[in-house]
Design a protein around this ligand. Structure first.
Ligand SMILES: *Cc1c(COP(=O)(O)O)cnc(C)c1O
Length: 452
């Protein structure tokens, strides 16, 4: 296989990582097993690792473990390495910033890269109006801040979310998640004033967007009432829930209802955003112009950074000193993020997401026609998934998901699971992945399905 990502100059990239899979030991290999024993002594079991192979290096769409095994990375650390691992310009930007200053705290003495990230987010999030951004450290922290700002702006308390939603692991976001286990079990008491409404899940509910929206809105009007709602938080394509793409017209109807009722419409684009679906933000596919957009995961190529971006008048409702945090918008993460934006802007990466879909989706459909436990193929761009069911039904089949992902790992393909019932395999490859690697990975999955 050709190395489509071979660097020209080799400054920051690692030319020694061929873009092909290669398994040279048992999985996990002996060095990984040794590290895993050490880890068990000092890391709590609550921090679970889906695949205990310990990674040493990575480049493009390939990760290399401590035993020298090369895996095709279809997970990207949950959609974080969208531009690819160790992209030259991103590494250079972070490295240059490291040599200048690591930290000052933007709320004490600010620096330019924070401002540049805010400018980039204002430019690339949907909507042609004045926008402002606060930078924080994690997706959950972005959700928390989005809710704070919406509450301050509206003077209301209620937070509406949807079935199958995932928003994080902090106290407020645990209350906003659909799934209690494992995220919230035993960790209460939880934040109050969170209301969860039915979503649109075409494969299961068979509803049109209009019908599903009427159900969601009717539920919220009955159980809380629009006048008590500060915000509605939605993932345009639900991530952990299983890459659920809502029916046409569903999200615009929700946004319209929010606007008519003074409810801040917040798009949690932490997983679906930043080029993943072939648009800067997935909201664009649905014609949405959210009041606030939450971003994290892919915005800094793997360094921890997250943001709340939104209408200036809403963002400015928080009082001076009300927003911030010690590490929020760290200079190195911000410098890397600017480089990620520029990389997407200058290399036509959005089109790569469409290319990935046009390669992968027909292959997944082919697998579906061949293997009757694949019930649904869905997603947008480089955010695709298959839902596994008991043959002839829509009943979840999490056992098959676990067996397939384990078999794929043995053969050098990292594929992540998702779904409220653990019965979804999701694909979030780097946009730099070649068609050749995608087809190779599909071949591995096909064999794993056949071997079930
Ligand atoms: C991952 C995720 C979060 C939480 O982000 P963290 O950085 O893990 O706190 C929130 N919302 C969505 C949609 C996510 O995918």
């Amino acid at each position: 296989m050709t190395d489509t990502l071979a660097p020209a100059s080799g400054t920051a990239q690692d030319p020694e990582i061929p873009q092909e899979r290669s398994i040279v030991t048992a999985i996990p290999g002996p060095k990984s097993q040794e590290l895993h024993e050490r880890r068990k002594a000092v890391v709590p079991v609550g921090v679970h690792s889906a695949l205990p192979v310990y990674i040493e290096r990575a480049h493009g769409a390939i990760v290399v473990d401590v035993d020298g095994n090369r895996f095709i990375d279809l997970g990207g650390g949950i959609g974080v390495t969208t531009v690819g691992h160790t992209v030259d310009t991103v590494v250079d930007a972070a490295r240059e910033q490291l040599g200048q200053v690591f930290h000052t705290l933007f709320t004490i003495t600010p620096y330019e890269s924070y401002v540049r990230v805010a400018e980039k987010l204002a430019e690339h999030t949907p909507g042609d109006f004045a926008k402002k951004t606060v930078l924080v450290n994690s997706g959950a922290e972005a959700v928390e801040n989005g809710v704070k700002i919406a509450r301050k702006h509206t003077g209301r308390n209620g937070v509406a979310v949807l079935d199958h939603a995932y928003h994080g692991r902090t106290n407020l976001t645990m209350a906003m998640n659909y799934k209690a286990a494992p995220y919230a079990t035993g960790f209460g008491p939880f934040a109050g004033d969170v209301y969860r409404a039915p979503n649109s899940y075409p494969y299961h509910d068979g509803l049109t967007g209009e019908q599903a929206a009427a159900r969601t809105i009717g539920y919220l009007e009955k159980t809380v009432g629009a006048s008590d709602l500060a915000c509605l938080v939605v993932e345009p394509v639900q991530g952990e829930g299983g890459f659920i793409v809502p029916a046409d017209g569903y999200l615009p109807a929700l946004q319209e209802w929010c606007t008519a009722n003074g409810v801040v419409f917040i798009a949690d684009e932490i997983q679906s955003g930043m080029a993943r679906t072939g648009a800067w933000f997935a909201s664009e596919h649905f014609g949405l112009v959210p009041d606030l957009v939450l971003s994290a995961k892919g915005i800094a190529g793997g360094l921890p950074l997250a943001g709340v971006t939104g209408r200036a008048e809403i963002m400015d409702s928080a009082q001076p000193g009300g927003l911030g945090g010690t590490f929020g918008g760290n200079p190195v993460a911000a410098a890397a993020s600017v480089a990620v934006f520029e990389h997407i802007e200058t290399t036509g990466l959005l089109a790569e997401a469409a290319r990935i879909e046009s390669t992968l989706r027909p292959e997944l459909e082919r697998l579906r026609s061949k293997h009757d436990i694949i019930g649904d193929v869905r997603g947008i761009g480089a955010m695709l998934a298959i839902e596994l069911v008991q043959p002839g039904t829509h009943e979840p089949n999490p056992e098959a998901v676990n067996a397939i992902s384990a078999a794929a790992a043995q053969r050098g393909v990292i594929v992540l699971t998702a779904g409220t019932y653990g019965n979804v395999l999701r694909f979030l490859p780097s946009l730099a992945i070649s068609d050749e690697l995608l087809l190779d990975a599909v071949g591995v999955l096909d064999e794993a399905f056949s071997a079930l």
